[in-house]
Structure formats: C-alpha cells, structure tokens
Design a protein around this ligand. Structure first.
Ligand code: ATP
Ligand code: MG
Length: 423
C-alpha cells in the first residue's frame, strides 16, 4: 500500500521539481551541481525548457552510487541518466572533449571543471550554467550578451569548432531559425567553408537535425539558410537547386504546425517522387515515413489533375488516411505556384454535396462469393473486386442482388480473359 502511494505521488512531479531534487541531492553529497546548456538558454529566454540537464564534478561511478536508480549507457562519455520521480534526468560530469579525429565524435573525454565544460559546448547561448538554488547564471563564454543581441556564435575558434564536429553547422542553423537569431559573421563564414563536410556525418544524425528544423514553424528560414550556406548541395544532392527553392516556397506556405512527413513532402514537391524516394533512402528514414512522404508527393499532382472527381473516386480519396495533410499540401503547392485555389473550392463543394453518405461502406460481395459466381481465382479477382467496389461507391449498385447481376455481366464481358488457361 505504502509503495503504491509513493508511485502515484512520484508520477505527478514536474521535470523541474525532479531536476531540483537531483541537484540538491548531489550538493548534500558534497559535489557541485548546476543546470547546464539548452535549459539555461530557454529559461533566460522565458521559455519552458523541454528537458533539463545537470552538470556536476561527481564522476559517473559516484553518481550511480548517490542515486538508487540510474542508467549508465553513456557513462564512458560522462553521462548518467538518473531516474527520479518517474522522470529521467541527464547528469553529466564536467568534461572537455579531447581530439576529434573524424569530425563526428570526440575520441576521448577528460573530466575537468565548469569552465572547460563550457568551452567544449557548441554556441555561446548553449554554454551557460545556472545555479537553481542561488538563481545565479554562470557564464564563461559571453552567452548572456549574445542571447540579448540574438546572436548564434561558436565558442572559441569557429573554423576549429566546425572542423571538430560537422553536425554543429546544422545545429547553428536550427537554433538561428528556431529562435529567430542571427548567425555571427565569423561563425557563418566557417559554415560556408566546411559545408561540404556535412556528408561525413551519419544520415541518422543529419535526419534528426533536419526533422527538428523542419517541424518548427520557422522551417522555411532554416531551409533557406541550408541553401545559402551550400549545405544543401550534399544533403539534398538528388534535387537540383531550383527544385529545392521551389520546395522551400511550398514549405513556406504550409501552416505553422505540421507533421514531419507533410513538411518533407512540401519540400520535395519541388521535384519528383523518384527524388523523394532517393532522399528518404539517403536519410535512412523509416519505411513508414518514406511511404507517407512519397504518397503525399505523388498524391498532390494526381489529386489536382483529377478534380472534379467522380462520386466513387471522391469517396476513395476521402478514405485515405493522409487525405487531410494531402489537402494542406495541395493548398500550399497552389499558393507557392501563384495559382488560384479554385480546384480546391470545387473539391470542397463536392465533399459538401456528398453529405453524410458513408465513404467506405462494407463491400456487397466478398472474394469467396465472387469465385462462387464464376470468377477464376487469381489476379482477375483482384481487378473485379476493385471495379465492383468502385461501382458500389459510385452508387451504381446498392444491393447484393444488384452486385450479383453486375458481376455476372462483368464476367461475360471478360470471359476469355477470366479463364486461367488463357492467362
Ligand atoms: P534543444 O532544446 O533542442 O534540446 P539543446 O541546447 O538542449 O537544444 P541538445 O542537443 O539537447 O541541445 O544538447 C544539450 C547541450 O549539449 C547543448 O546546449 C550544448 O551545450 C551541448 N551540445 C550538444 N550537442 C553538441 C555538439 N555537437 N557540440 C558541442 N556541444 C553540444
Ligand atoms: Mg536538449
């Protein structure tokens, strides 16, 4: 009973409460403990951080001893996840990343002090600490000033920082677009110089950064910066640059809140389905995501070309799980192309006229019944099933007996072809 109570209580605490408790616990044990990185930036901007990271001088082994429940998957990099009150808090030992051989990951980490931990971080606005007990900001890198002036500036020598870790180029653009900040001149120049090297970064990490940039409402600004920096030449190598610019325009017209498949389809609607396939493949996106993106890219011209739709085809489109995002894409596409929306108004009228007619009624006859009526098992049944269902959606047939007559007629018309021996 007692433990139940504990679980219920612990589930209701916020991230912030959990992180404060973790900081207090480390301090009680005699260690330094501060909030670090993105959460400090967000708090100073008056935004609610989506997660809080703790930095400490306690080593991973010690952290694991202090807290009853921890995950130590990142311990070799100095990161331990503390489970507290149903939340996961990342607790990282102050460290500096030693040499970067491959432009992707540090070869080794060395545990150090607060200042060196600040210096290994990417941008000044991400390099601050906050003491949640004294409410003091600890800033070795001029982060507060850059935050006030809305500037993204690499910590240290930008050329070296982007040479160390090429993903930082995309991170700079993500923060600049999301926060509506300006990338400082030397930092920007370094991005231009290292842009080609983005191809050395794993597709998963690039895809993750792109997704974070693209689901944000400032996505078009971000993509424009990717274009202006030349990063697009490697990332979107399957599109030619005018196609990419068209894609950015389409994306710009999409609503603020959009799913990732929809924005990606917007960007790729500047090109063909084949190019969309190629990008999804290159970024190693999941099969589900790839199918959704390609369905949308293919669907947009297909739908627009077939308006006005027959009653049956209208119902078929309406029953598609991604029909709503497809309409949104079509709207954005037409706007970006400077075309009027009359096709979509026409479609809307058609949908209204449909009233409450069911869009995917149960089929009047199933496959077994068709075979009993004389259809030969095989590909022809598939075709018959589809044509029969369309006739039903068109309201050409309404009852089982209508359907039976319709099928007999169909079989007569397809007699020769229906015989498997002739296939
Ligand atoms: P978000 O709000 O999008 O999570 P964030 O700043 O918290 O932004 P994270 O990727 O969660 O970004 O990283 C946390 C912190 O770790 C950053 O604020 C930064 O200090 C540091 N960091 C992350 N990635 C890098 C990197 N590639 N190079 C240097 N420092 C990094
Ligand atoms: Mg974060």
């Amino acid at each position: 009973m007692k433990s139940h109570k504990h679980i219920n209580k612990s589930r209701t605490i916020t991230n912030k409460q959990a992180v404060l408790a973790v900081v207090r616990r480390l301090r009680q044990a005699g260690y330094q403990a501060l909030l670090a990185g993105g959460c400090v930036r967000d708090m100073l901007l008056g935004k609610l951080p989506h997660d809080y990271d703790v930095a400490t001088d306690a080593k991973p082994q010690t952290i694991s001893k202090i807290f009853p429940r921890t995950l130590t998957v990142g311990a070799q990099f100095g990161v331990v996840v503390v489970l507290w009150g149903g939340k996961q808090i990342e607790v990282a030992t102050f460290r500096s990343d030693s040499s970067y051989e491959d432009g992707r990951r540090p070869d080794d980490v060395v545990f150090t002090d607060t200042r060196h931990d600040a210096l290994r971080r990417d941008f000044t606005i991400n390099g601050m600490f906050y003491d949640p007990i004294t409410a003091e900001v600890i800033d070795y890198v001029g982060g507060r000033k850059d935050l006030q002036n809305r500037i993204i500036r690499a910590i240290g020598n930008p050329q070296q920082r982007f040479a160390e870790d090429h993903l930082r180029m995309l991170r700079a653009i993500r923060f600049a677009s999301r926060l509506d900040f300006h990338i400082e001149k030397r930092t920007w120049k370094a991005i231009l110089r290292h842009a080609d090297k983005i191809q050395r970064i794993s597709s998963e990490r690039v895809a993750d950064e792109l997704e974070r940039t693209m689901i944000d409402s400032h996505r078009a600004v971000g993509l424009q910066m990717i274009y202006d920096s030349g990063l697009d030449k490697k990332i979107f190598s399957m599109l030619d640059r005018p196609q990419l610019l068209t894609g950015i325009e389409i994306m710009r017209k999409l609503p603020k809140r959009c799913s990732f498949p929809l924005v990606l389809a917007g960007l790729l609607s500047g090109g063909s389905v084949k190019q969309a396939e190629a990008l999804c493949h290159k970024l190693k996106l999941s099969n589900k995501l790839r199918r959704q993106v390609c369905w949308l890219v293919a669907g947009c011209p297909r739908l627009l070309q077939s308006i006005p739709l027959s009653r049956g085809m209208l119902k078929k489109w309406l029953a598609e799980p991604l029909f709503d995002p497809l309409l949104t894409l079509c709207r954005g596409y037409l706007q970006a192309m400077g075309k009027g929306q009359h096709l979509l108004y026409q479609l809307r009228r058609q949908i209204q006229q449909l009233g409450d007619e069911p869009i995917s009624p149960p089929r009047l006859l199933d496959g077994h019944e068709l075979i009993r009526l004389g259809a030969a098992p095989g590909p022809m049944v598939g075709q018959l099933v589809q044509e029969l269902y369309l006739a039903q959606l068109e309201n050409e047939i309404k009852t089982k007996s209508d359907a039976t007559d319709w099928v007999k007629n169909w079989l007569l018309r397809h007699e020769g072809k229906n015989n498997p021996k002739n296939n």
